[in-house]
Design a protein around this ligand. Structure first.
Ligand SMILES: *[C@@H]1O[C@H](CO)[C@@H](O)[C@H](O)[C@H]1NC(C)=O
Ligand SMILES: *[C@@H]1O[C@H](CO)[C@@H](O)[C@H](O)[C@H]1NC(C)=O
Ligand SMILES: *[C@@H]1O[C@H](CO)[C@@H](O)[C@H](O)[C@H]1NC(C)=O
Ligand SMILES: *[C@@H]1O[C@H](CO)[C@@H](O)[C@H](O)[C@H]1NC(C)=O
Length: 365
């Protein structure tokens, strides 16, 4: 019974996501200027719910959000697309900022046309992680499943535009990897499996090893401009405050320490990869402090509510617990950093993405 409960809690919180982020629901994203007349043909994204744009709609999993109030501010409003937010996700925001396209479609969407593939897709799947067990618990695409889909993708674009242009598209595109929150917040913290085998240090080493293998494989498949998003200030998301933060719902030190430790190791590992593959741009994208800054200095960024999601009580609702029947949805989404108890609002993502990209874009060229 306890096991079942833990499994259920871990599944639903696996739905977690996470990640990035300007203002209101206009969906306008300003384009950044690229150095030296560089062009980016496509944006290709791997990871979890922070960057899934709807792949889980086409998978047999409970980790989906293709129902209202998700998507309440998407497009003209009230369009639940499977994005884990009220509107855009970092995948869309990054593609728009790079001037590639306004929305990054999910690769599994059966309506995608060959032309759509040429400018990129998201392979991300909400609920997945670096740890293969994480995606298994949630029945979603693991990173290795996502790479298999990427291989299939490469073959499809080759059929459309030929080998020569495919090589150019693959090598000049920007790749983004964003995952790891579910490993620490769910697989490690909420389920017993990994804690029997690993302490947190060795679990993080295991995650880093998985990340490194993924990046090397992606390199092997032709990617040359690869950004890896670090972990957010995980202990300060509303859900963690509720379950670990005591009566005052403070940030959870355990998750924050784990995220910091992971980020330090990830950043060193990326430095090592840069040395090993000098012709490839590996870029570590740090979001922990930018998000913490948004939470601590909220008014500076136009936010008012930092410790609760917009959906329901804001303390625990995420995934299927945030649904059509949820009694209270905040009316002023743009003053909230978080949409549900795990995922930022579109506004939150826009502010975060702007900070991170403005700082790091030059490193991709
Ligand atoms: C960028 O392209 C424009 C137009 O093709 C050209 O005039 C300019 O010199 C180029 N700048 C650089 C830095 O290559
Ligand atoms: C591929 O592109 C290169 C450089 O643009 C060109 O020299 C070569 O002939 C092309 N090869 C084929 C098979 O089209
Ligand atoms: C919040 O703003 C103050 C003043 O600008 C700054 O010193 C502080 O570092 C900021 N907090 C974070 C977490 O960046
Ligand atoms: C919504 O939030 C914005 C930014 O915090 C604020 O300027 C505006 O007055 C709020 N509107 C309502 C109806 O609360």
């Amino acid at each position: 019974m306890k096991f079942l409960f833990v499994k259920l809690v871990s599944q639903l919180s696996l739905v977690i996501l996470w990640s990035f982020a300007t203002v209101i629901t206009s969906q306008h994203v300003s384009v950044v200027s690229l150095p030296n007349n560089e062009s980016v043909p496509a944006v290709i994204v791997f990871g979890d719910s922070i960057v899934d744009t709807g792949n889980n709609n086409y998978i047999n999993t409970i980790a989906k959000v293709n129902f209202l109030p998700y998507g309440k501010d998407f497009g003209g409003g009230n369009q639940p697309t499977g994005r884990f937010s009220n509107g855009l996700t970092p995948s869309d925001i990054i593609a728009a900022k790079l001037g590639v396209k306004k929305l990054l479609p999910p690769y599994l969407d059966p309506k995608l046309q060959p032309q759509d593939l040429l400018t990129g897709v998201s392979f991300a799947s909400g609920g997945s992680g670096y740890d293969p067990l994480t995606s298994k618990i949630a029945s979603v695409l693991s990173l290795s499943d996502q790479l298999d889909k990427f291989r299939e993708y490469k073959n499809k674009i080759k059929e459309t535009v030929g080998g020569n242009r495919t090589t150019t598209i693959i090598s000049k595109s920007i790749y983004i990897l964003c995952t790891g929150s579910n490993d620490i917040a769910n697989t490690y913290s909420l389920s017993p499996f990994r804690r029997l085998q690993y302490d947190i240090q060795s679990y993080i080493d295991f995650m880093i090893k998985q990340a490194t293998n993924f990046l090397k494989e992606l390199y092997g498949l032709g990617a040359r401009r690869i950004g890896v998003i670090g972990l957010p200030v995980l202990g300060c998301v509303p859900f963690q405050r509720t379950i670990q933060g005591g009566i005052h719902r403070e940030c959870s030190d355990f998750e924050n320490h784990a995220a910091t430790l992971f980020n330090n190791k990830l950043s060193s590992q990326i430095d090592a990869l840069k040395k090993q593959f000098p012709e490839t741009k590996f870029v570590y994208l740090e979001i922990y402090n930018p998000l913490l800054n948004m939470i601590q200095n909220a008014t500076k960024y136009g936010f008012e509510v930092t410790d609760k999601g917009c959906c329901g009580t804001g303390d625990f609702e995420v995934g299927f617990l945030c649904n059509r029947l949820t009694p209270h949805i905040c009316s002023n989404t743009s003053s909230y950093i978080f949409w549900d108890s795990f995922h930022p609002t579109e506004e939150g993502y826009k502010v975060l993405c702007s900070q991170v990209l403005d700082k790091n874009i030059k490193d991709f060229f």
